[in-house]
Write a protein that binds this ligand. Structure first.
Ligand code: NAD
Ligand code: WQD
Length: 341
């Protein structure tokens, strides 16, 4: 039997590479489209090495309608997972048009081609950023979205709405938005992981680079929050667990298991972890020091956000499996691998 083929855009990137590996492991055919604007083709080689498959990779920008149309003409897809997007919150404030074009424009292109070619299933990479600072925690899918505090955050809200409206209008289209909390860690093989360009914005890559001696010390942004140790709380989800949620979501769509034709799921652990707790756990499980200093709060940060994952647990039959300890070991192994330590 022909294996269902999934187009995975942006799959030379961090979450996409891990998802491609899990999709292939679950028996799907995978075609990767990525413009390498925030990644390197060696990441696709990592996917090939782990899976032992010659995974198809096409270097193309999802804004390039002609190039993308050729991909749809040459393949019969059962679904699309759309990771392709720019994701630097600060940069999005400086260059909003880049973000609206790249994140919203490319999403519209992909949906347009799905409509044209009768491709029925879209999984969209959304984010917990849509909740802002929720009034009540943990955040459920019914928690009201807050006005976005950055153009990046706004692109996630707009794309969710575009998918919802498109599903309502086009009977052949189904959609799932997965709202990721804070993805961290790497594949246990250490052959794929997060490759931030320049100084990392996110906590865990900054920690691993500090432990590797590339950064002098970590700045902990604020210890005067209304939390037990004063630092902010987040829900850190292992990237392989997150990747598996995509496999389950795609399967639910292909197998006809959806309750509604447009669905939204939180993908997190359900457990809040503070910045200092994360730093201390990293040091303990890896036996390395992470020098840090407390500095002022970072503009735009929320105090606390974590997921209620009941819906994903019950409806998707998915739940996070890795412990924070295991995940932080994979993060350090990946950093050591890329630095040759
Ligand atoms: P990433 O930058 O590692 O991966 C995104 C990939 O998309 C990159 O390989 C990049 O080269 C590619 N890309 C960007 N624009 C493109 C375009 N126009 N055409 C083709 N390829 C393009 O980021 P990631 O962390 O893997 O994130 C994947 C998705 O998940 C993004 O949509 C992101 O917004 C979303 N997300 C990420 C996080 C996070 O913390 N990492 C959290 C929530 C949501
Ligand atoms: C986590 C915590 C920081 C760096 C961002 C995006 C969000 C989503 C995920 C895509 C916070 C603290 C961080 C540092 C620190 N991306 N921190 N020192 O801000 O929760 O979410 O990535 O959708 O949209 O905003 O993640 O990893 O940057 O920060 O103290 O050097 O670590 O203040 O409390 P965040 P993060």
């Amino acid at each position: 039997m022909e294996r269902p083929k999934i187009l995975v855009t942006g799959a030379a990137g961090y979450i996409g590479t891990h998802t491609a590996v899990e999709l292939i492991g679950a028996g799907y055919g995978v075609v990767i489209v990525d413009d390498l604007s925030n990644s390197d083709e060696s990441a696709v080689d990592g996917v090939r090495q782990i899976t032992g498959r010659d995974v198809a990779f096409i270097r193309a920008d999802c804004n390039d309608m002609e190039a993308l149309a050729r991909v749809f003409e040459q393949n019969e897809f059962s679904g699309v997972i759309h990771f392709a997007a720019s994701k630097a919150v600060g940069e999005s404030v400086e260059e909003p048009l880049k973000y609206y074009r790249n994140n919203v424009g490319s999403f519209v292109n992909v949906l347009e081609l799905m409509k044209r070619h009768g491709v029925p299933n879209m999984v969209f990479s959304s984010s917990a950023t849509v909740y802002g600072q929720p009034d009540v925690l943990p955040a459920t899918e019914a928690t009201p979205r807050k006005p976005a505090t950055s153009p990046y955050g706004n692109t996630k809200q707009v794309c969710e709405d575009i998918l919802r409206d498109s599903v309502a209008a086009y009977p052949g289209l189904n959609g799932i938005s997965l709202r990721y909390f804070n993805p961290i860690g790497a594949h246990p093989s250490a052959l794929i992981g997060e490759l931030p360009k320049g100084v990392p914005n996110n906590l865990v890559p900054f920690i691993t680079q500090t432990a590797a001696g590339i950064r002098e010390e970590l700045s902990v942004f604020g210890d005067d929050y209304n939390t037990e140790d004063g630092t902010a709380l987040r829900d850190y989800i292992d990237v392989v667990d997150l990747a598996k949620a995509h496999v389950v979501a795609v399967g639910r769509m292909i197998d006809g298991g959806m309750k509604e034709r447009y669905e939204v799921f939180n993908i997190g652990t359900g457990k809040p972890v503070s910045v200092l707790e994360l730093v201390n756990t990293f040091e303990r499980v890896n036996g390395v020091k992470v020098p840090y200093k407390i500095v002022g709060r970072r503009a735009g940060d929320v105090e606390s956000v974590w997921a209620d994952t009941t819906l994903a647990n019950t409806e998707l039959g998915w739940q996070a499996e890795k412990t924070l300890e295991e995940t932080l070991r994979t993060a350090w192994n990946w950093e050591k691998h890329i630095r040759g330590l």
